[in-house]
Design a protein around this ligand. Structure first.
Ligand SMILES: Nc1ncnc2c1ncn2[C@@H]1O[C@H](COP(=O)(O)OP(=O)(O)OP(=O)(O)O)[C@@H](O)[C@H]1O
Ligand SMILES: O=C(O)c1ccc[n+]([C@@H]2O[C@H](COP(=O)([O-])O)[C@@H](O)[C@H]2O)c1
Length: 205
């Protein structure tokens, strides 16, 4: 099967994340997308984070009913800093029959060269990068020295177009802390979960 791995903090998951996964699934003809909430994203180590269990539960609620979307608890269970290379190597060992792709937004591609072992990552899973509507198609040329021409060209050839969805988890956390509505920005079940669990009421969570 062709499997898309979609890692993120998902703090909380929103419709931008869900649409990104859906456009990648459709365009790259993925059989499944596995959402992979990070225990701790390497670049967000100093950010106060809602518990992994709660972020995972929100992902599960958000994707419920989509037959090709799954949530993985691999990084949450591993704990510590969630290096993507470790996750992909673990997946490769236990799922040698699958072809993996790594879903990401253009902002993640920009700093991909600072990730741990980007070359090894690309050997296991080709990055599938989403280009947000209204922005020029992202270039991977800044990675050519690290990844080589072949992989760089393959990344650029598989860029996935997506309508611009002006949403970020940070903006949602700020809206909740200010007592503003997040309706129609996250799935209804996620909105209810956030309310019931009293998440993000303080601006620093
Ligand atoms: N609205 C969006 N449209 C397209 N891609 C997005 C959107 N929001 C997030 N992404 C992509 O999803 C991936 C995971 O994002 P992450 O969980 O960090 O969400 P975020 O909303 O950017 O969070 P935060 O605001 O807390 O930094 C990243 O590759 C990011 O580029
Ligand atoms: O492995 C790395 O070095 C690395 C560096 C930065 C980000 N990532 C992964 O990229 C995904 C999105 O990260 P973030 O910081 O936007 O939440 C998440 O799954 C992180 O684990 C991974």
């Amino acid at each position: 099967m062709r499997i898309g791995i979609y890692g993120g903090s998902f703090n909380p998951i929103h419709f931008g994340h869900l649409l990104l996964a859906e456009v990648c699934r459709e365009q790259a003809k993925l059989d499944e997308v596995w959402f992979m909430p990070a225990a701790m994203s390497p670049h967000k180590q100093n950010v106060a984070m809602t518990s992994g269990r709660e972020r995972l539960e929100m992902v599960e609620l958000a994707i419920s009913g989509h037959p090709q979307f799954r949530a993985s608890r691999l990084e949450i269970d591993r704990g510590g800093v969630s290096y993507t290379v470790e996750t992909l190597q673990a997946l490769r060992e236990t799922n040698s029959e699958h072809e993996f792709f790594l879903l990401m937004g253009a902002d993640s591609l920009r700093d991909f060269g600072t990730w741990r072992e980007p070359q090894t990552i690309c050997q296991v899973a080709l990055p599938l990068v989403v280009a947000r509507g209204g922005e020029p198609a992202p270039s991977a040329q800044h990675l050519v020295e690290i990844l080589g021409e072949k992989i760089t060209a393959a990344i650029e050839a598989s860029i996935v177009p997506m309508p611009l969805i002006e949403l970020s988890s940070r903006e949602l956390r700020e809206r909740i802390a200010r007592g503003e509505s997040i309706r129609y920005r996250v799935p209804r079940a996620v909105e209810q979960y956030i309310r019931e669990h009293q998440l993000y009421l303080s601006p620093r969570t």
